[in-house]
Ligand binder design. Structure first.
Ligand code: CP
Ligand code: NVA
Length: 307
């Protein structure tokens, strides 16, 4: 349906819109921190559809909409008709007649595209096999909050070229920063899948230490994403040298942040020393999911509000 804005990929918004959203996030977060009630979405309902597990995404969306005065309804594949073959198109028609905004976590990106195409209300991608745009909004907000503008900075992505990595690459195009990626052989980025328009903002390195060199952010994610569990053993072997540890952090700038979307596996993609060390901003990053998503829902439902 036309005239409805969705957030299905990072590139759905312009740099100018992200500037606005990050400013809004700052204000919304400050209200929350000072116990100021702010209910612009009272009577609005968020429907959350989960076809994969979640802790942070569910929590941050549900707490977020409640803090804006609205309410959330949780659906999952197991106990809704979605798990029994009702099409996503039909589900979109029905859900969007009873709600104001939909968040979905699912498998292929095509599923969220089909849902959005048949929805009367905005649809938000809460993670697909291809992308995790809300996560990267939170990550970038965290960096801006703690270190200033991201433009021209360098992000080192160490590990799997997965949904979170793809989203960093898109964000680099939109917001004009660099991503240095190192993956084990055989797990390199498929340029097409990452939606790359070129390689201006992105370089691949076979040695992860080279990717981390002079980075402003060092980040990683699980070696085995949801849906790829059958490959776990093989991945444990292939990724063994791609752990973010203290040696790798020393390659980065002295004030570099370590980020991880979580959940983390200490001793696999990150050492406990880095995860729990002074450069780690992972808990702020997790909290910021809620603040950026509140700004996002406000924007999708109300448009720009006067700051
Ligand atoms: N980072 C993230 O999306 O976490 P969950 O899988 O717990 O939602
Ligand atoms: N890449 C991970 C992210 C989890 C938040 C996954 O898709 O399982």
């Amino acid at each position: 349906m036309t005239n409805v804005r969705h957030f299905l990929q990072f590139k759905d918004f312009s740099r100018e819109e992200f500037d606005y959203l990050f400013e809004r996030t700052r204000w919304i977060k400050a209200q929350f921190k000072s116990y100021q009630q702010y209910w612009p979405l009272s009577d609005r309902t968020l429907v959350m559809i989960f076809e994969k597990a979640s802790t942070r995404t569910r929590l941050s969306f549900e707490a977020g909409i409640q803090q804006l005065g609205g309410s959330a309804i949780y659906l999952n594949t197991r106990d809704s008709q979605l798990g029994r073959g009702e099409s996503v198109e039909d589900a979109a028609q029905v859900i969007s007649r009873m709600s104001d905004v939909i968040m979905i976590r699912t498998f292929e990106q095509a599923i969220v595209e089909r849902l959005a195409a048949h929805s009367r209300v905005p649809v938000i991608n809460g993670l697909t096999n291809e992308y995790h745009p809300c996560q990267i909004m939170a990550d970038i907000f965290t960096f801006i909050e703690q270190r200033g503008p991201i433009q021209g900075r360098t992000v080192a992505w160490i590990g799997d070229s997965n949904n979170v990595c793809n989203t960093w690459l898109q964000a680099a195009e939109v917001l004009d920063f660099n991503v240095h990626v190192s993956t084990p052989p055989g797990y390199e980025i498929e340029a097409k899948r990452a939606g790359l328009h070129g390689t201006r903002h992105f370089k691949q390195f076979s040695n992860p230490l080279d990717a981390a060199k002079n980075a402003d952010i060092v980040t990683t994610d699980v070696w085995t994403s949801m849906g790829f569990e059958a490959e776990n053993e093989e991945r444990l072997r292939a990724f063994a040298d791609w752990q973010v540890d203290a040696e790798m952090m020393r390659m980065a700038r002295p004030d570099a942040l370590f980020l991880h979307c979580l959940p983390a596996h200490r001793g696999e993609e990150v050492s406990a020393e880095v995860m729990d060390g002074p450069q780690s901003a992972v808990w702020d990053e997790a909290e910021n999911r809620m603040h950026v998503q509140k700004a996002l829902m406000e924007y999708l439902l109300l448009g720009r509000v006067k700051v």
